[in-house]
Design a protein around this ligand. Structure first.
Ligand SMILES: Nc1ncnc2c1ncn2[C@@H]1O[C@H](COP(=O)(O)OP(=O)(O)OP(=O)(O)O)[C@@H](O)[C@H]1O
Ligand SMILES: [Mg+2]
Length: 286
């Protein structure tokens, strides 16, 4: 896919993941089956989250969608084109923000665009718009070491979004944030997504975050990784920053926790200490 700047509202692309499996070390005497026959159809502009215990193959799946890791079998097709090399028309965000220390926040954001050979002026204008939306205009000229962790994470988010990619892949992008900043960045991400509707594949350990953001949640089981449940989240948007008051919200969270219980990755009944916590992310971290 050529690198372009999408101008249309609803710029997202569809993704087909068909019978995709992954075995690491297939040619060794100790092959490891990480993913088993994953099938997912993602619509253009859909926000899809993947939740599951540590090691179930979430990052493996995302790397294969990005074309950064070879499949053992199956097909991945994005906007009609089979993925057989690293895709370029994508915004990728990982847990580590990976900002360059010797460049200012704004230069970190535009560097990304320079590498993609996108028109500098348009990108800079869009970057400034995003800095303003994320209440970060005063941070534009600062270096990463002068910013808080939450600010750096938001700069990283701007860098992911600045070229308005039709597809965004995020692997635990808010993992390093404190709970309060995480709520804020989640709401910011939803607002930005609503403006252009790129397709998003979002990996998180936080069930609450998945329900807060997603149109659909894929629940994965470990050994080998497989999708065991798909949950369509019918909550209206934009979703409130404090979701606890939304009645259906708790039902979605509960449904996913029950699935984890069935999978044996949550043990609420036998472990009273866990049951006494807030019933949230900590347990799902397996
Ligand atoms: N390059 C590799 N070689 C061998 N095994 C690997 C490799 N990469 C991942 N694995 C194994 O594949 C499984 C899935 O790994 P993956 O990183 O996709 O898990 P994950 O669901 O993203 O976990 P986490 O939530 O901890 O990030 C794990 O058991 C991991 O040890
Ligand atoms: Mg991972």
């Amino acid at each position: 896919m050529p690198a372009t700047i999408a101008n249309d509202v609803g710029c997202g692309v569809p993704i087909s993941i068909r019978r995709v499996s992954k075995t690491f070390g297939a040619d060794t005497d100790r092959p490891f089956r990480a993913l088993e026959e994953v099938n997912v159809e993602i619509e253009a502009g859909e926000f899809v989250s993947v939740v599951g215990p540590s090691g179930c193959g979430k990052s493996t799946l995302m790397l294969m969608v990005a074309g950064l890791l070879a499949r053992s079998s199956g097909d991945i097709v994005i906007a009609g084109a089979p993925v057989d090399r690293p895709i370029t028309d994508v915004g990728i965000a990982f847990q580590d923000h990976l900002l360059l220390e010797f460049r200012t926040a704004l230069d970190n954001v535009t560097l990304h665009a320079d590498i993609r050979r996108l028109p500098r002026k348009a990108i800079e204008a869009r970057a400034k718009e995003l800095f303003a939306q994320l209440r970060l205009t005063p941070a534009m000229g600062k270096y990463p070491r002068q910013l808080s962790g939450g600010m750096r994470q938001r700069v990283s988010l701007i860098r992911t979004l600045v070229h308005d990619p039709p597809l965004i892949l995020m692997d635990e992008p808010f993992g390093a944030l404190d709970a309060l900043t995480r709520l804020q960045v989640r709401t910011d991400l939803e607002a930005l997504w609503l403006r252009r509707r790129p397709t998003v594949l979002f990996i998180t350990h936080s069930v609450e975050e998945a329900v807060g953001l997603s149109d659909r949640i894929l629940v994965m089981s470990p050994s080998p990784g497989a999708i065991v449940e798909e949950i369509r989240v019918e909550l209206p948007r934009p979703r409130p920053i404090v979701l606890g008051d939304v009645q259906e919200f708790a039902a979605y969270v509960d449904r996913i926790h029950r699935q984890f219980e069935r999978l044996g990755v949550l043990h609420g009944i036998d472990t009273p200490a866990l049951g006494a916590t807030n019933g949230g992310d900590a347990e799902a971290r397996a």
